[in-house]
Design a protein around this ligand. Sequence first.
Ligand SMILES: NC(=O)c1ccc[n+]([C@@H]2O[C@H](COP(=O)([O-])OP(=O)(O)OC[C@H]3O[C@@H](n4cnc5c(N)ncnc54)[C@H](O)[C@@H]3O)[C@@H](O)[C@H]2O)c1
Length: 291
Amino acid sequence: MEFLICVICVYLRPILRALCVSAVDYVTYKEGTMADSVLAQLGLGGRAAVVTGAGQGLGRGMALALAQAGADVAALDLNLATAEGVAAEIAALGRRALALRADVSQADQVQAAADAVIAAWGRADILVNNAGISCHDPSAEMALADWRRVLDVNLTGVFIGCQVFGRHMLARGSGRIINIASMSALIVNRGVPQAPYYASKAGVVMLTKALAAEWAPRVRVNAIAPGYMRTPLNEGFLADPQRAAEWTTTTPAGRVGEPADLGGAVVYLASDASSFVTGHVLVVDGGFTLW
Ligand SMILES: NC(=O)c1ccc[n+]([C@@H]2O[C@H](COP(=O)([O-])OP(=O)(O)OC[C@H]3O[C@@H](n4cnc5c(N)ncnc54)[C@H](O)[C@@H]3O)[C@@H](O)[C@H]2O)c1
C-alpha cells in the first residue's frame, strides 16, 4: 500500500498538476470566471514565464516576483552571466529556471530562445518584454544610428517578442504578455533629452493595445508604465544629489521606486486575477504623473 502511494506521489503528481493547470486554463478561457478565491487566482504554479532583460534591475525584480508566485522562469538577457545569476536565484526559490542569451532586436535569436523554453518546459504561458535601453543625446546632435538602436531594442524588440511567443500562445489557445513601457510614454521627463526613448515607449503603449485587440480572447496583452525606479539604468542620474532630490520631491510617494515595487503589478497581469483585463497600461509611478 505504502509503495502504491509513493508511486502515485512521484509519477502521477506532475501529470495531475498539468491536467489541473489545463483545466484552469479551459475554465478561464471558456467562462471568464473561476470558482477559486482571489488569492488562488493570483498563483502562478505550473506556469512557464519568460522575462527579457532579466539580468538586472526591473527585469530581475519581476523574474523573482513571478517565481515567488509559483512560476518557472526563463531569464533572457544580452548578458548571459547576469541571466545565469538570476536563474540561480530563481532555482533557489524552488522553481525551474533557465538562462538564455539573446538580443531582443534579433528575431532569429528570440525564436531560438523560445524554442529552447518550449523544448525544456513544453510551453510558454507568460512573456514579459522588459529589455530596454536609452540614449540621452539632444535631438539636434543625435546620430541616426543611436535613434535606430533605441527604436530597434525598445519597440521592434517588443514586437518581435510578442510575435514569436504570441504565435505559440495563439496556437495553444492562451497566454499573457506584459510589455514594459514607461511613464515616459505619457510625459516628457524634465531636463532629460531622450526623444527616441519617449517615442519608443509611446509606441509600446499603442502596440500593446493593437495586439490586445487582435489576439483577444486567447492572448491578453497589457503594459506596465513604471515611474522613476532605482536600477543600473538610472545610476548616473541618482548619483547626482540634486537630481535625486528632484525626483523624490516631485513624486507624491516621496521616493523613487524599487524593482520590488513592480512585483504585484506583473504577477497580477500574468495571473487569472486579471482575466478580464487586456490592452491596459498600468502606471506604477508613485503618483509622479499626477502633478
Ligand atoms: N529604471 C527606470 O526608472 C525605468 C522607468 C520606466 C521604464 N523602465 C523600463 O524598464 C525596463 C528595464 O529597465 P531597467 O531600469 O531595469 O534597465 P537596466 O539597464 O538596469 O537593465 C536592462 C537589462 O536589459 C538588458 N538588455 C539591454 N538590451 C538588450 C537587448 N537588446 N536584448 C536583451 N537584453 C537586453 C541589459 O543587459 C540589462 O540586463 C526598460 O525597458 C526600461 O526602459 C525603466
